[in-house]
Design a protein around this ligand. Sequence first.
Ligand code: PMP
Length: 455
Amino acid sequence: KYKGPSFEMIRGTLKKKLFPSVTPYYKTPLLIHEGKMQWLFDHNGKRYLDMFGGIVTVSVGHCHPKVISALEEQMNNLWHTTSIYMHPMIYEYADALTSKLPENLKVVYFVNSGSEATDLAILLARLYSKNYDIISLRNSYHGMSFGAMGVTALSTWKHPSPAGPGIHHAMNPDVYRGIWGGSHCRDSPSQTDRHCSCESGQCDASVKYFDQVEEILKYSIPKGKVAGFIAESIQGVGGTVQFPKEYLKKVYNLIRSNGGVCIADEVQTGFGRTGDHFWGFEMHGVQPDIVTMAKGIGNGFPLAAVVTTPEIAQSLGQALHFNTFGGNPLASAVGLAVLNVMEEENTQLNSKNVGTYLIDKLQKLRKYECVGDIRGKGLMIGVEMVNNKETREPLSREYFQAIWENCKDMGLLLGAGGLHGNVFRIKPPMCVNNNDINFTVEVFETAIESFVKGK
Ligand code: PMP
């Protein structure tokens, strides 16, 4: 039972004491005080199914007992040293984490957030390549620190201040909303694997968006002198946007042949969330030179990492580089426990099975005029809402909000995203089951239905 300060007191104080830019979801924000696996509880004891997992962060479940006990054990032993001393936890964790990556990606630098990981990845790309220019994709989100805000390309997240110089944004290979949406990508019979449907990789979208990266190299960057390319494996904040098959593979080759390295942002797509693979980049058949990871890596504990090759890591050795908390004993203990739980409970397989069940069940919502697109992979799903199926004009904010709030009132928490704020994002802790999916789709449909009737 909740015994803390009243809802009104907390709301009033937070309004006064926190930056106004820190705005909670919902007209009447939720006061959450307890979590258990896929469930959250508010101050009235009402239970919510958390289908957004603290923005794709709670990977194995709120307050997972095995993660708690690993944390407790470490807390009673040693909280903090920095990397000036060795400690057994970081050794064990670094070994376990890097063993999850393919081939030469064997060296890790621990940090505390995805933004820090992005900044470090950019720095590494520049140091190693001895070049300066970085290419990222429009509609991407890589964080809010100086460099990360620079590579992020959503106007809603851009502030009128210089951020991350030397950055170019390539056109986003979005097969639904982009100007060259490949029709055969869109109409694939296999909804769970849609972006991979055009086996040749020669669809309009794949070729034309690739040409745009070539154009940037041709016009905006000194010949053969790109430092790197960064992309999410499925764009998260941008609204679960998948790329056409072969696009990333071709871009990686192009970047490398122009002197640069390739960075995969696995902050949302990593750790088995996409089901078929442990890392999102694997579904594109590519191997990055640098991988950034955060969020699900710590199941809610502030922990993030950059993994790269020994050769690239070497380039950071020309001056001192330091991070106070990165990989400290508590963070390492949690990270290791999370990896163990993922293995023991086979959360990746659950993502695949339950995610496929979800995306199949969601198909029945296509009958509604306001449901424009349903996409994603594993437990990384997006439902794009529109005013009109034909024109794809985004559903207005007010209508989107009505459906969203209604779901919340019925006990279902969904995320929102996309440049137009019109994409429902379903990215729950990977412990959800088919009953949770039945509940999700039923509530979601009821909310859409009552919106349609009341319109
Ligand atoms: N990359 C991606 C793909 C993200 O989604 C986010 C956070 N939403 C970040 C980087 C930045 O992570 P953080 O908020 O931990 O700095």
